[in-house]
Design a binder for this molecule. Structure first.
Ligand SMILES: NC(=O)c1ccc[n+]([C@@H]2O[C@H](COP(=O)([O-])OP(=O)(O)OC[C@H]3O[C@@H](n4cnc5c(N)ncnc54)[C@H](OP(=O)(O)O)[C@@H]3O)[C@@H](O)[C@H]2O)c1
Length: 324
């Protein structure tokens, strides 16, 4: 029997409920995975709260790693006992085992353990596509990334630094300043205490930055626009503080002729080749030691309610995982 976490309705962390189910055989293009680690992501909160609506009842969790235990009749590129990781729909990674289509699966190289692998397929690949595809950075550019001590932040900032960027990172507490520094940020701003836009303009001698990567959303959006240089790119890739709504093009875009994009992982990594290329690049950087993943918080599956509370209350530093 398999333990799974489900939601029957949207709401606070208390809507996360446990069930024990018997899994069917995998379909022709599916595999049965025994999870070894599960990625905890802010997107899980959006699914649970209803910010990103999903048909209910629903499983929850979009990232995991583990071992293939059974394969469907038409599966060609994966075998029983392969070590794999994945991200994306269908939701349901908060479980001890699950059935999953092969489309989003990637084999994990032997130098990456299951726990680290469970942080890479969402957070690591997001850092990859933001840095290489959404706005391809160049060495010596000064760029701004919000929540630099967070899950995506840990990988993104190290990666940007290794590409030669000067990284300005924001954080919400003094405790997180140390982490952001460790992640490679050259300048760190505690935006709970300081006006980050003013500080960024000071750092850049009023020029502004060519790109802002903003996963915080509502609370930082306007300040981020202030930080941009003329013809700069605003990459609004998340909403941990709430969604950005009602954009006034004349007020926001026109004054500096900026570009605004709201990217989503699956528009960049939607094909098997795109996914594998991104994963290869990410794994290679980990192998070379350019990106070090440090997991400071692990939860048991039974502790998912607490995990969601901690993530929402900004208590988690770096990527966290759930161990089934
Ligand atoms: N578009 C995509 O393809 C994609 C893919 C993956 C992730 N994302 C987005 O990337 C962002 C980071 O994801 P993550 O899973 O790594 O989360 P995370 O960065 O570990 O956690 C979110 C962080 O946001 C900051 N924050 C600022 N205001 C907040 C508020 N009012 N409530 C809660 N947090 C607040 C907190 O850091 P401080 O305390 O330092 O401010 C918090 O730690 C999220 O917005 C997520 O949705 C987007």
């Amino acid at each position: 029997m398999t333990r799974v976490v489900k939601i029957e309705k949207t709401g606070g962390p208390e809507v996360l409920k446990f069930e024990t189910v018997k899994l069917d055989m995998p379909g022709p293009e599916e595999v049965l995975i025994e999870h070894k680690a599960i990625g905890l992501n802010f997107i899980d909160i959006y699914h649970r709260s209803g910010l990103y609506p999903v048909p209910l009842p629903s499983g929850i969790g979009a990232e995991g790693s583990g071992v293939i235990k059974k394969i469907g009749s038409r599966v060609k590129n994966f075998s029983v006992n392969d070590h794999i990781a994945y991200a994306g729909a269908p939701l349901g990674s908060y479980s001890s085992e699950r059935i999953y289509p092969t489309k989003n699966l990637v084999k994990i190289p032997n130098y990456i353990n299951f726990e680290i692998a469970a942080t890479l397929m969402t957070k690591g690949l997001t850092a990859y596509y933001l840095l290489y595809k959404t706005y391809p950075v160049s060495a010596n550019q000064t760029i701004l990334f919000h929540a630099a001590a967070g899950g995506v932040g840990q990988i993104f900032c190290q990666w940007a630094k290794s590409l030669g960027c000067k990284v300005i990172g924001t954080v919400g507490s003094d405790e997180k300043v140390r982490t952001a520094k460790k992640n490679g940020c050259d300048f760190i701003i505690n935006y709970s205490k300081e006006n980050f836009a003013k500080k960024v303009l000071e750092i850049t001698k009023d020029k502004g930055v060519p790109v802002v990567y903003d996963g915080v959303g509502k609370d930082t959006f306007e300040g981020s626009i202030e930080c941009l240089a003329e013809r700069g790119m605003m990459v609004s890739f998340g909403n941990s503080s709430g969604s950005v709504t009602n954009i006034d093009v004349k007020k926001i875009i026109q004054p500096k002729s900026i570009y605004l994009t709201r990217p989503t992982m699956w528009h960049y990594l939607g094909t098997k080749n795109e996914l594998q290329d991104g994963a290869d690049k990410l794994f290679e950087n980990i192998k070379m030691g350019k990106i070090k993943v440090e997991i400071l918080k692990k939860y048991k599956l039974e502790e998912v309610v607490q995990a969601h509370k901690d993530l929402e209350e900004r208590k988690i530093i770096g990527p966290a995982i759930i161990v089934p």
